[in-house]
Design a protein around this ligand. Sequence first.
Ligand code: UD1
Length: 368
Amino acid sequence: MLKIINVAGARPNFMKIAPLVSAMKRRSADFHSILVHTGQHYDASMSQAFFRDLEMPEPDIDLGVGSASHAVQTAGIIQAFEPVVLSEKPDWVVVVGDVNSTMACSLVCAKLDVKVAHVEAGLRSRDRTMPEEINRVLTDQIADLLFTPSSDADANLIAEGIPRERICLVGNIMIDSLLGNLERAKRSTARMDLGLQGKDYAVLTLHRPSNVDEVASFSRILDALEEIARRVPIVFPAHPRTVKMIAELGLAARFESNRDLRLIEPLGYLDFLQLLSGARLVLTDSGGIQEEATVLGIPCVTLRENTERPITVEMGTNTIAGTNTAKIVEAARHALDNPSDKSSLRVPPLWDGHTADRILDALLEKEG
Ligand code: UD1
């Protein structure tokens, strides 16, 4: 029996940890799972809604760290997680994604000589101004086992000198949640509640500090959104950080005066999945949404200069438009004028809904 601490902290972690927790429960003869929530995200709409939608058990341990500067938040997680590892003595700690919680908990394990496995390893944007890139590079350097979603991630790790025996290609864990919840998402009333049933619309998400923390970059994107909204209405479930910045940067009037650029509260997992799967287009600076759009065949315009997920461009529906107004408008126009043919949809290998079981098999094999 392997004792595993599964760590989740922020919104994009929950759909990655849920399939692992569920598979460990199903395979309880071999696995004992302890779920730790660092508390990096804590609002009901950013955290509890996902536990409910993903049918996850309450966390066994909540570190309650909350928001702060990167240094304070990371240090807080390190300080709070160390005694948990010391008292639980797990065989493995499993971390997912690239948020501060991922890196902080990995570092605790590396220092205590407790084995840590990183799920979604090897992704690289090669943009070190992005806080997540630092988290990715550091986590992969110190983790014992690196579970990758695609072969480009393996190549990145090899190029960084990581021994091949630490790398295990298992596919995309987030797609386990996506495929496992599509039917349930159909029963959501989100589209109806927003009056979008049977209508064309685009979905927008935007929260990267590089996009929303400065008035110049946010305004450039907003200029493009206003142009695109003339053609198709845009629904924008906004991250709390973005809502705060809209007010601080004096941009609220531009949303209030535009009925086709509709700012709404953040959505839970099932509601967002329903909204996304019915959209003509998604505009986003999220990483995970580029992957979900690839699997659902929804054209995706990424509002960043780079992506750590190049396979979504190579095989999927993703266009990296950057943050230049004209380029965003052109990418959206192209996507709307050339609707994707779902019969020619290409999904990367192993993005098949069975990644969690492959991870559990690999953990058992390592011990055996
Ligand atoms: C974090 C992740 C990012 C991920 C994003 C998804 C890092 C470095 N960043 O960014 O990779 O894409 O989550 O959401 O780990 N806030 C709330 N309520 C909450 C959480 C945050 O109001 O429940 C507000 C606070 O004002 C906070 C701000 O959002 O200061 C930023 O939160 P933080 O966790 O620092 O980073 P995110 O931008 O959410």
